[in-house]
Write a protein that binds this ligand. Structure first.
Ligand code: SDX
Length: 429
């Protein structure tokens, strides 16, 4: 708390609300007792753009300056020096691991990498063409049936956390293989977290998968950049569902479902579909920009704009640099990248986008990298979910610790009809 407060004058009375000061100088005024002290007054903030749901020690974003830090460490340093496994440990446990802790974490992840054989039949019974995000959300929820132990003691929570972090890769790779009628490739204890996933996805008896260290590095960075992002839509869903005291699998399953939408994590798939459509229809970039600006057209420039970033998303900057590196290494020329760069160039010089602070976000270039790696477009958001899992878990753990664990239940203002009588059906007009 600071010594500052906000005064509210309402119906001739003055109310004071204390101001909270964050590590980076952010301020909020605490209205926890607003309704009670004013006799029923509540706030209204559709979309919660001006509302803080919690105090958190996990991630910090500055939307005006394009800053992103996990547990105080700038994303640029983690992308340059860390691995996804190490960053996941940092987010979940609050500090970078010692070498001994990281080795122990690796052993636990390996121990937990297999999924119960009975889950194979689950995959086979999804209707062909089911979206991988729907499958993943269902399968994560189903894990509870196989691992029903409580999640009250620290040890039980740690095992559940490591199990989820490890198994989500296996589940994602299995859904890909089974959806194509290929045999499942099992995790290998000799491979790193990211290399294991790539091998499970692409290895096969006809053509063994060649693990390229630059592709493994690109996947590490891709998942580091997605690992957490304050109280975004899907993280808020995890906290909201978790606040009812459900198990971690159910809370994460809700997060996966929330991430699926094209305005949120589904944007990476929508960007590639948008770019591919531009190529297929032979549209000019100018035509696309005009459509995106047209108030009467619901069309939006996918991968552009952000609720918090009002400047270039720092993750998009790193992702864009990585596109060039990965495509050069794999000797791929992707015409969609050329279109994306041209779209960015035109948009960033257009008053409509400038006035609204619309810049590329994490999803604008990420799909180009996934395409180059060989990930199918309908699995792009699954890749986002795997990356975001450590963040969701860290946020779930934080919201469950100590006094924060309150059931989340927003209020509303009723604007429906005034009271009226029930009319028996034969008297209705
Ligand atoms: C993610 O929250 C997070 O942290 C999310 C995320 C994470 O890591 O968890 O960063 C991941 O979800 C990134 C965002 C991915 N979504 C997209 O790329 C979809 C396209 N972008 C938009 O739909 C939009 O920008 C949102 C949803 C991301 C943010 O929208 P807001 O904050 O609700 O803003 P808004 O819709 O009210 O837009 C403000 C203005 C409007 O114009 P006016 O009414 O003022 O004239 O900007 C316009 C909008 O029409 N606008 C766009 C646009 N985004 C906003 N116009 C054209 N194209 C766009 N992409």
């Amino acid at each position: 708390m600071t010594k500052e407060y906000v005064e509210l004058i309402y119906q001739g009375k003055t109310y004071k609300f204390p101001v909270i000061l964050g590590t980076e100088g952010e301020k909020a005024f605490d209205i926890s007792n607003l309704r009670q002290s004013t006799g029923g007054l509540i706030t209204m903030d559709p979309g919660f753009a001006n509302t803080g749901s919690c105090c958190s020690s996990i991630t910090y974003m500055n939307g005006e300056k394009g800053i992103l830090k996990y547990r105080g460490i700038p994303i640029e340093q983690l992308a340059k020096y860390s691995s996804f496994k190490e960053t996941g440990y940092l987010l979940v446990n609050g500090a970078l691991p010692t070498r001994k802790e990281l080795n122990r974490f690796s052993v636990l992840l390996n121990d937990q990498s297999l999924v119960h054989e009975d889950m194979h039949t689950f995959f086979q019974n999804f209707p062909r063409g089911s979206h991988p995000m729907g499958i993943l959300s269902s399968m994560v929820n189903a894990l509870r049936g196989f691992y029903p132990e409580l999640q009250t003691l620290e040890e039980e929570i740690n095992i559940t956390v490591t199990r989820l972090l490890s198994k989500i890769r296996t589940l994602a790779a299995m859904s890909y293989k089974i959806s194509r009628g290929y045999s499942v490739v099992y995790p290998r204890p000799d491979l790193s977290y990211c290399a294991n996933f790539l091998n499970m996805m692409f290895d096969n008896v006809v053509k063994p998968y060649h693990i390229d260290k630059d592709v493994v590095r690109a996947l590490n960075v891709f998942w580091i950049l997605h690992a957490d992002h304050e109280q975004n839509c899907s993280t808020s869903a995890v906290r909201m569902v978790g606040s009812g005291r459900v198990n971690l699998y159910a809370a994460i399953s809700a997060g996966i479902a929330a991430l699926w939408g094209p305005l949120h994590g589904g944007a990476n798939q929508a960007v590639i579909e948008m770019l591919a459509e531009i190529v297929e229809r032979g549209d000019s970039v100018k035509t696309i920009i005009k459509k995106a600006k047209d108030k009467n057209d619901p069309y939006r420039l996918m991968g552009f704009g952000h609720r918090v970033y009002k400047t270039y998303d720092p993750r998009a900057k790193i992702m864009k640099e990585m596109c060039d590196k990965v495509l050069a290494k794999l000797d791929i020329h992707d015409s969609l990248l050329d279109i994306a760069k041209e779209l960015e160039e035109v948009a960033l010089n257009d008053d409509y986008f400038i006035e609204r602070n619309l810049y590329p976000n994490v999803d604008f270039y990420s799909g180009i990298i996934l395409r180059a790696i060989g990930i199918p477009t309908n699995m792009f958001t699954v890749m986002f979910a795997i990356g975001r899992l450590p963040g969701w878990i860290a946020q779930w753990k934080e919201s469950m610790d100590g006094p924060n664990w309150k059931l989340q239940r927003p209020r509303q203002i009723f604007i429906g009809p005034p009271e009226k009588e029930y009319i028996p059906i034969d008297e209705r007009k």
